[in-house]
Each structure stands twice: as C-alpha cells, then as structure tokens.
Design a protein around this ligand. Structure first.
Ligand SMILES: [Fe+2]
Ligand SMILES: [Fe+2]
Length: 187
C-alpha cells in the first residue's frame, strides 16, 4: 500500500545501532497501546471500534512487555521518550470536524502500522541474531493485522471520502519518508 520503500540507509543504521532502535521500539509499543485506548475513549459510538481497540491495546501491551524484557536482558533502560517526528507530522494532518477526525485518525493509524510492519520485517531480514530475527518476523505479522484492522474501520466510517483521503495521506507519508532524516529508531 505504501508509495515508497524505506531507504537501505535506514536498515544499515538500525542494525548498527540496534540498542537505540530497541529502546525506541519499546516507546512505539507503549504509544500503540495508549493510542488504542485513546481511540476507544474518543469514538465509543462507532460500531465495533471499542472492542477492537480493547483487543488491540492488550496486544500492543503484550508487545511492550516482550520488548521491555529484551531491553532488560541487554542491560538497557526505557528512559525518556524523545518523540517521533514522523508520527507527529502525520498526526498534524488530522482535520477537526468530528467525521473527518475519525476517518483521518483511522487512516493515519493504518499508515503508521503499515510502515512499522515494513520496518520490523526489514529488521527480521537484516539482524544477525536468529532469535531476534524470529521475534521481529512475528511482530511484523502482527502489525500487518493492525494495519488491516484500521483500514477496515476507516473504510466503514469514511464513505466516499475514504479513497481520496487515503491517497492524499499516502502522498504525505511518502514525502515524510523521503524528507525526514534517517534515525536509529523505528520511524
Ligand atoms: Fe505492536
Ligand atoms: Fe500495532
């Protein structure tokens, strides 16, 4: 679905500075769990959304626990969240009227999950450690499911606005991938 692939420079840096990527990854899973609950709080009236978000929050919290265990094993600490310029720039695209806000938040969630899936899969292919490769392959498959979930919810709530808005946000996402500096982080 995404319009551009991650540049090879990202993968090379992520393998070289994997400890930093792992700390950022823990923060991503933490934000994904919190985000699922915030969607439930913001849109309790949307059919199917509260239960899907409750399930997603639990799954993301499970990922968080697994990444935190890896941090501990490597003697690393979670520390402060330094923020995610990519996700912040996407979230700045959310329009404010209620119906548009729902559609935009669902579509942006779908895009972030899709990009995360691509990057976790790149780690699953490039990391030298076989156990970590398996771990990232499992997580990538799980993010693919999340991407499809958000897309389905967006299609159901977006009506005729769904496809044009998806196309517009895909273009913004591609521009961000091309323009933002490569960091030792998931995004
Ligand atoms: Fe996750
Ligand atoms: Fe996810």
């Amino acid at each position: 679905m995404l319009l551009v692939a991650t540049p090879p420079a990202w993968t090379a840096q992520a393998v070289e500075r994997f400890d930093e990527v792992l700390v950022d990854h823990a923060h991503c899973e933490k934000k994904a769990a919190a985000h699922a609950l915030s969607m439930l709080v913001a849109f309790p009236q949307v059919p199917g959304l509260p239960r899907a978000m409750a399930r997603l929050a639990r799954e993301e919290a499970g990922h968080l626990g697994q990444v935190l265990a890896l941090l501990e094993k490597r003697g690393l600490f979670l520390g402060r969240d330094t923020g995610d310029p990519y996700a912040q720039a996407l979230q700045a695209q959310v329009r404010q009227p209620a119906r548009e806000r729902l559609l935009d938040r669902l579509l942006i969630s779908a895009l972030i999950e899709a990009r995360s899936e691509e990057r976790l899969r790149l780690l699953a292919e490039a990391l030298p450690d076989a156990e970590l490769r398996d771990f990232y392959a499992r997580l990538a498959a799980s993010e693919a499911g999340h991407h499809r979930l958000f897309l389905r919810l967006a299609r159901n709530s977006g009506g005729g606005d769904f496809q044009p808005r998806l196309d517009a946000l895909l273009a913004v996402e591609a521009r961000l991938i091309r323009e933002l500096p490569v960091r030792p982080a998931i995004h």
